[in-house]
Structure formats: structure tokens, C-alpha cells
Design a protein. Structure first.
Length: 390
């Protein structure tokens, strides 16, 4: 819902940018804690002075606007006639599964005069409706303030609601000669602890971590965020043949229901029996339809991502192996790519990327907007992929 009356406003003052940046700083405090809600910060200003602040601390908790209004009253002030700066359009709906009331009602009730917003909320239940309600109540709204920063902050949330699939972040840890494992299959550890800690921080910030069965069989990973403080993600395993062992660590962790295994619907007696055994661990097993059009010979990624989207999983951190990562690259079902290159040469072993179906230099994947930076003893390259649709 984006009408002409709600056009983007570019007339902002230096103080507007200052207060919105405060809202962004507050919003970031909720990283890894608010999903499936976005990260939101709010600042209430009166006569040029900040009289209240708030942020969405965790899913189910008070929204940023409500926290900010509460802090105003706790400080002995009134929000009537004040300006509100928040990085996302205030919510305006009630549903049975929603933990908090609409923030638009709160803003109107407390007499806030102006609302400055960075981004529309892409959730179809909002998406301009919140601004329209505020305008109807006589509250002046201005949006588009630092919108690029807001897009980056909540990119997973925006991707999920715009494309109806999770935001996908691919991670590769490789040697200088582009290998992810030695000829004998060993790969621990290619990167140092600094890089591994960063990877664990990613795990804590994303809804789910995804690997293929080869990684589970070779490394027997836990796929948890052990090296940092934070939640552990859902553990997604793509295993078309249901070949992972019943003794795999991912099947014996706390919250067993957070392990999700996708497998091919090409059923035979042995596979049905294996699925039943794996289900006894508490893991969720999902069969997906496979066909001859699946280029990788594995599971169709579009169906996997669609199923994850239906489950409300908004972001996925895909860690391997090479076949899985190559499939995501080939099918262009990815949004961010991080390649850690360690100062070591294997001289043989498993390539970090398999055949992508590219045959000429003109077809090569080029990343002209990527960024290099040093992480411990590794060089990290990161780039984003822009999408118009699923």
C-alpha cells in the first residue's frame, strides 16, 4: 500500500539524521533476539531534547515505540506534542498470534505530533497502512530518513516478506588454493579461532544454519553457537537419500525439534524405515518432490526455501559442503556470500566450488561491489546478490 500521498520525503535536517542514527544504534541491540520480528529502535524528542528511548529487546517483548513511551513517563515527562524517530513503520494490526498491541494506537493515544520513519514495513499487514492511520489521526509523518541503513539492518526481514523465502547467507572457508578439505576429507581447522568465533556469531544471529549430509557425515558438527553468547539456530540438513547416521550429534542435542532434515520423496521401504528411526530423535523430517529438472541432482532448493518460509524461518546461514553451496550459487538462491581464505595451501583435495555450468569468461561470476577485510589470519571477501523476485 504505497499511495501518492505517502511519497518519500527528502527534506531532513541534520538533527533528524542525528536522532535517527540513535534509533538505529538502539535497534541493533536486538540483533539475534527479535526474529521473526524486525530490529527496531525508537527515540522521542521534545524541544530538541531526547526524553525517551526504546528498542525491541526480544520477540514477544514490548515494541520499541512502547518502550520509548514508557521511558518518557518513567522520567516524569509527557510524550504529547513530541517527535518520534523509529527506523521502521509502526505496526497497525492485531492477530491471535501477535504478542503486542498496535503501536499506531499507542502513538495516537499519547499525542505524539510527528513521526520520522526510515522504512516502510514490507509485511502486507502493514506496508503503508500504519503511516496512513497516523496521517488520518492528524500526525505528520516523514519517511525515507536513512532508508539505506534501515534496509541493511533488517535485510533478512525485508527479503522474507518481499520474496516469501528466507534470506540466504553462504559461507565458504577455504585454503589459498581454493580447497575446503584435504584429499583424506579432513578440514579441521582451515580457519583460526577468530574466524570461527565470527561464524558462531552469524549462527546466533540467523534463524537457521544449513548443511548437506556430506558435511554431517564427514565432520559430525553440532551446528550450534557455542563460541558466543546467544541462541542456537535451527539446524537444517539436506539429505536426499537419508544417509546420515542415527548417531550424528545434530540428532542428540537439546531442543531436538530444531533439527530439520529434508529428503527426497522417492520413497522405498528402506528410506521409510530410516525416516521413522530418525524421527524418534525428535527431529522434523520433510520430504520434497524431486524431478529431472533439479540441476544439482539433489533436492530442489526452491522447494526447500519455500517450506522454510512457510515455517517462518526468515534467515538461513548455509555453511556447506561444496555441493550445497555450488547449488545455491548456480540457482542464484542466495543474498550474501562470505568467503574466508586462510593462509594455507593444500595442493589437492576438495574444491570449494563445483561446476556451475559456466563455460566462457563472459559467463563468469564477477562481484564488483564486494569488500575485502582482514579477520584474524584470514582474508574475508563479502558481497551481496540483488534479486527482483524468487
Amino acid at each position: 500500500m504505497r499511495t501518492g500521498a505517502l511519497s518519500k520525503d527528502n527534506s531532513f535536517s541534520p538533527s533528524d539524521f542525528f536522532f535517527m542514527n540513535q534509533a538505529f544504534t538502539l535497534a541493533k541491540r536486538g540483533k539475534g533476539k527479535t526474529s521473526p520480528n524486525p530490529m527496531v529502535g525508537a527515540v522521542i524528542v521534545k524541544d530538541g531534547n531526547v526524553i525517551g528511548k526504546g528498542w525491541h529487546r526480544r520477540h514477544g517483548g514490548l515494541h520499541a515505540e512502547a518502550e520509548a513511551v514508557k521511558s518518557v513517563f518513567n522520567a516524569g515527562f509527557s510524550p504529547a506534542g513530541a517527535d518520534l524517530y523509529c527506523n521502521l513503520e509502526p505496526c497497525c494490526f492485531n492477530t491471535s498470534d501477535k504478542h503486542q498491541p498496535p503501536c499506531t494506537d499507542l502513538i495516537i493515544k499519547n499525542g505524539i505530533k510527528r513521526v520520522y520513519i526510515a522504512n516502510f514495513d514490507p509485511n502486507p499487514k502493514v506496508n503503508g497502512k500504519g503511516i496512513a492511520l497516523l496521517e488520518k489521526a492528524g500526525i505528520k509523518t516523514k519517511y525515507g530518513l536513512c532508508s539505506e541503513i534501515g534496509e541493511e539492518l533488517n535485510r533478512a526481514f525485508f527479503t522474507f516478506h518481499r520474496l516469501r523465502r528466507p534470506f540466504v547467507h553462504l559461507k565458504i572457508a577455504q585454503s589459498l588454493d581454493g580447497r575446503i578439505a584435504m584429499p583424506d576429507g579432513s578440514s579441521r581447522w582451515i580457519t583460526d579461532e577468530t574466524a570461527r568465533r565470527m561464524v558462531h556469531r552469524f549462527r546466533a544471529e540467523y534463524d537457521a544454519v544449513l548443511v548437506g549430509r556430506g558435511t554431517v557425515i564427514a565432520d559430525d558438527p553440532e551446528l550450534t553457537a557455542r563460541l558466543v553468547k546467544g541462541r542456537s539456530p535451527f539446524r537444517i540438513i539436506l539429505d536426499s537419500a537419508l544417509a546420515i547416521p542415527e548417531t550424528a550429534k545434530v540428532l542428540s542435542l537439546p531442543e531436538p525439534e530444531k533439527t530439520i532434515i529434508f529428503y527426497s520423496d522417492t520413497a522405498d521401504t528402506a528410506k521409510v524405515a530410516t525416516a521413522a528411526k530418525l524421527s524418534l530423535s525428535g527431529a522434523k523430517l520433510i520430504s520434497v518432490k524431486t524431478d529431472n529438472e533439479t540441476k544439482s541432482g539433489g533436492l530442489p532448493l526452491k522447494q526447500v526455501l519455500t517450506e522454510l518460509g512457510k515455517m517462518g524461518i526468515q534467515s538461513v546461514f548455509a555453511e556447506g559442503g561444496a555441493g550445497i553451496l555450488s547449488s545455491f550459487l548456480r540457482e542464484r538462491f542466495w543474498d550474501r556470500l562470505s568467503i574466508f581464505t586462510a593462509p594455507v595451501i593444500f595442493g589437492g583435495g576438495v574444491n570449494s566450488v563445483f561446476d556451475l555450468g559456466l563455460t566462457t569468461m563472459a559467463e563468469a561470476m564477477r562481484f564488483n561491489t564486494g569488500v575485502f577485510r582482514r579477520i584474524g589470519s584470514q582474508m574475508l571477501f563479502e558481497t551481496d546478490c540483488k534479486h527482483e523476485g524468487f
